[in-house]
Design a protein around this ligand. Sequence first.
Ligand code: BGC
Length: 755
Amino acid sequence: MKKIIYPLFIIIIVFSCQSPNSQITEKEKFINSLLSKMTLEEKAGQMNQYNGFWDATGPMPEGDYQKKRYNELKNGQVGSMLNVIGVEEIRALQKIAVEETRLGIPLIFGHDVIHGYKTIFPIPLAESSSWDLDLMEQSARVAGSEASADGLNWTFAPMVDISRDARWGRVMEGAGEDPYLGSLAAKARVKGFQGDDLNDISTIVACAKHFAGYGFSEAGRDYNTTDFNHYTLHNTIMPPFKAAVDAGVRTFMNSFNTLDEIPATGHKYIQRDVLKGDWKFDGFIVSDWGSIDQMIPHGFARDGNHAAELAVNAGSDMDMESSLYVSQLAGLVKSGKVDEEKINDAVRRILRVKYELGLFDDPYKYCNQERSDLELGSNDNMNVALDAAKKSIVLLKNNNQLLPLPKSGEKIAIIGPLANDKNSPLGNWRSQAVHNSASSVLEGMSKYNGNRTVYEKGVDLYYGKTNFHNRVKINYDDRSDFGKAKLAAATSDIVIMVLGEEGHQSGEGRSRTNIGLPGLQLELLKEINKVNNNIVLVVMSGRPLDLTWEDENIPAIVQAWHLGSKSGDAIAQVLYGDYNPSGKLTMSFPRNVGQVPIYYNFKNTGRPSTSIEQVTNSGYADVENSPLYPFGFGLSYTNFSYSNFSIDSDKLGFDSKINVSIEIENTGFYKGKEVVQLYIRDIVGSIARPMKELKGFETVELAPGESQKISFQIDSSLLEFYSYNNKWEAEVGKFHVFIGGDSNVSEYKEFYLTD
Ligand code: BGC
């Protein structure tokens, strides 16, 4: 069939040597020209995204459902596919789009490359604990490059949802509870995936998701309704999305939840008014999986036709897996319910991103098997994963300097269902990782030969096999291995207990109401503790767990998340002191699940509680308000002391700056890194303001005895928030500034912002 695309390629090449402005014009000219040739059905086709529906390098599709999709693909009624994996599969499908459809418009291929593709990095929540933005950018770059080498050109990441609720399983995918750090992480990850030039074959399109409010699902139950106010939306939820736009992100994904009682997919205010209006975003928005159709059970759309109308009018540009745009849009335009200009706008956005990727120049540019063979899981990439894993570990407790472990002499028992687990550390969004391919703690520790070690599983965490689609079946009754584990512990000097969540126990659809150690693990820990208290507890999890008993009874606790391909090596290096832990929590760890949602940047209330003894104050009768481990907290094998906190003026004008500084000294015996954090409190505002907000941080590395002065500059832009006037502005008045090693810091300096 004759195509009109190739002559247009020549025009692109001719103009690609011109100035950036004329290039932009040429891009838009190309898109408009192509759009003018498209039928309404072909336009709706560009807005349609299907999951891979058949093995494209195998026999022809069978079954009515697959045949229908195949025919749509050949008719130019599919604009994108997701979850098609591998160079040959992608090439085969691209060939149909380019060579068999009337206009030959290439497909864009998306996939969830969340924390790695073949080489698996720590889950994003863990990685955010590194507070290392270069690292976040680098791991996204490696993940994007591996994905692009395997044919893909679009990832559904970064997930930038702020969440304060550890019951919600998807906290593992984000950067924690804070909008400031979350914004910087969003920017780093977008830059990592997209690089400076989308046309480069090693970069892929990023997607800021889930727009918006998904992290506030009520009671931490996935897909649930949300309830937050307009100011929370703008001050807490939106900033990482805005940062992603500022970093040049080219796609957004909306979300499953309602906000203001309206499903995000049908939410005009957030999509058209804020994102495409105020923020001038000119990329496209993809729905979440089936979220257009799901507006029917939400009770917002009468039927599929109505759902498509509501979604497109609200600004959702691409339909992931509802099949409603492809079936309904042409009719909706013809009946006058949808203005064709809205369809044109959506298609322009999609074609723009395809153009920027260079797909009109070479639709097969990502399909290079040789590149895929060389790059996926390479040693270089694995080294980045190891670095990321070490930096993501957070030391929560280390009494009696039980850690680091002596490298020889001692007898060490390694106990727990996750100690020899090579699968859980891969985490939930493990993409193309080979099953059981992570290094286990046992393997990592076995590289240190100087100790006599014994291993006992102690208990099974779950029964049977696990995968993304199954719920883990937790063991609540089989204690038959307790005895052997107790014997091993009783006859050892030190016990390393590796406990926590299986890799699929957090993530999408993995909400929990009990966030303690699952199954019989706590019982096992208590039994072991009776025979040997020299315990180092290594916690693997995808969320903050309730570790209150553990904190009261176990001398050393290491938060080791799900750390990816090199998990065991990283944990062993930390346990033996070859890497001094430097991670700091980006989500508060509650004392018990009843405190959730819990977060450091809370409001004071009218009756702030200072003691559990008070009755008619905003506190609990059974537990204090503070978290077990606060946001920003993490220990090192060395100690840091802070002194000489000073501020150079207590008056700040809208055009001036003030400096705050502090001296930090390594008073311990190991070289170590510390994340020095700057917090500000706005004492009185046009709306109630948080007790503290993170406004800056800097990581210092100091040798024993070494000290360094750290300074932060404060100007009025740092004090801006979405005010009662519905705009970002700083308000005059009194402020407190804090500098310290976690969000619990209490010493402050006062200053005033004046006109
Ligand atoms: C998730 C998205 C994901 C999409 C495609 C949905 O269920 O909410 O985050 O990108 O599936 O896999």
